[in-house]
Ligand binder design. Structure first.
Ligand code: FES
Length: 155
């Protein structure tokens, strides 16, 4: 579906539907591409500054695509007690980005999440849909290196 199809579902010139429109576009594209936001702007007769204002105010919206591998570091209590902050710091250091950011090559994104429901194997991270538990900084580095190698192989 492209954004023209998405916009057809909504009334024109109605600022009250801006958030659902942005949610639909993000569901479709994975983020909010600038070109699509321009279409929203002319459809809704809202200036781009207003649309960017909404898109940056709510942290559910992303203005950049996610990396190929999204690393979610659990920051729930059980994981925190078992050292998840050290894992997060090590990841940030290794990848040269902060939580919420994506590497320049779009291979990795780091996110923090509240309990991801696997407390018995804390501390836990998820890389896309795969869970890794009982981690230490050392074992995390090993796992990260495997993903890095797989990215290099594909290049
Ligand atoms: S606190 Fe991390 S999985 Fe529950």
């Amino acid at each position: 579906m492209n954004s023209t199809d998405i916009l057809k579902k909504y009334p024109e010139n109605d600022s009250s539907v801006l958030i659902p429109i942005l949610q639909d576009i993000q569901d479709n594209f994975g983020y909010l591409p600038e070109d699509e936001l321009k279409k929203v702007s002319s459809f809704s007769k809202l200036p781009m500054s207003r649309i960017y204002g909404v898109a940056t105010f709510y942290n559910q919206f992303r203005l950049q695509p996610l990396g190929k591998y999204v690393i979610r570091v659990c920051r729930g209590t059980a994981c925190h007690v078992k050292g998840s902050f050290d894992l997060l710091q090590a990841l940030e250091h290794e990848l040269g980005i902060k939580a919420g950011q994506t590497t320049k090559d779009f291979n990795f994104t780091i996110e923090t999440v509240a309990c991801i429901g696997a407390c018995s194997i804390a501390p836990v991270i998820a890389i896309n849909d795969k869970f890794y538990g009982g981690l230490s900084v050392k074992s995390l580095r090993k796992i990260l290196n495997q993903y890095r190698k797989s990215v290099e192989v594909e290049v």
